[in-house]
Ligand binder design. Structure first.
Ligand code: SAM
Length: 246
């Protein structure tokens, strides 16, 4: 587990340590991204991606998960019929490498913000050169690469419901019939009794983003609102897979 929560001064402040990347929040009922960065930009990822050092700390912390849990979610469903895959907000090649090892006939395009893609390309060891490509852009405002399957790993939990539906609708439009979307998240139990990791991630979301952890019913509602159907779910060891088809 990479997250440690410290409470200080009673409930006045909470400190989160994510790897060696420190986040602070004071209880004002809204996230403190502008205060943290001293900018007018509310989106933590746009702030983060303006500093090479912060990108490095954040992305290297994110990557580790996929050597441990990647196969679990990638092999949860038979995705072998999808040749062109896009890892939306992929961050680095960590997930894509695991994907290619499971489905060697597929190609994966990693789509992320420009400075994140620049860092990912620098770290890329080109043994899967022909299989993994990179494209930079903003998934809300720029065109998304064409693909048969879109992966959203740890993306929707960063966003409020409205933005989730906007992004999913964009992916649904970009998909041909028969295409799909795979969500990778730590899904809350329907009665919200756990798992503990999902509750901890919810605290992180409250501090720096506008998202939250969701139950399977909540993810299904978002997928259906965007036009996806036949929603299926597989519970993993830590991350779970939710799969929808066009
Ligand atoms: C929580 S990380 C997940 C990274 C990767 N999917 C994983 O699970 O390891 C969220 C990713 O979304 C990217 N991201 C956030 N907002 C974005 C946007 N508007 N357009 C493209 N990528 C974005 C971030 O740069 C970051 O790499």
């Amino acid at each position: 587990m990479y997250i440690v929560v410290h409470t200080t001064e009673g409930l006045k402040s909470i400190r989160i340590t994510l790897g060696n990347f420190h986040l602070f929040h004071f209880r004002e009922g809204k996230h403190q991204v502008q205060l943290m960065y001293g900018t007018s930009e509310k989106d933590i990822y746009k702030n983060l991606s303006s500093s090479k050092e912060d990108i490095e700390k954040f992305q290297s912390g994110m990557e580790d998960a996929w050597s441990l849990y990647g196969q679990d979610v990638i092999c949860a469903f038979d995705l072998s019929s999808f040749n062109r895959v896009c890892d939306v907000g992929g961050g680095s090649d960590a997930f894509a490498k695991q994907y290619i090892s499971c489905y060697p006939n597929s190609t994966v395009t990693i789509f992320d913000l420009p400075n994140v893609v620049e860092r990912a390309k620098k770290h890329f060891v080109p043994s899967e050169e022909d299989k993994i490509t990179f494209q930079s852009g903003d998934f809300f405002n720029d065109p998304i690469p064409e693909a048969d399957l879109y992966i959203l790993a740890r993306i929707l939990h960063n966003q409020d419901d409205e933005k989730c539906v906007a992004l999913l609708t964009k992916l649904h439009k970009a998909c041909k019939p028969g295409g799909g979307v795979l969500l990778v998240e730590t899904v809350l139990n329907e009665d919200r009794s756990g798992p503990l990791a999902a509750h901890i991630y919810s605290i992180v979301m409250l501090l720096v983003l506008e998202g939250k952890e969701r139950t399977l019913s909540e993810y299904s509602t978002l997928l259906v609102a965007a036009g996806f159907k036949d929603v299926q779910f597989k519970k993993g060891q830590h991350y779970d897979a939710v799969y929808g088809r066009k």
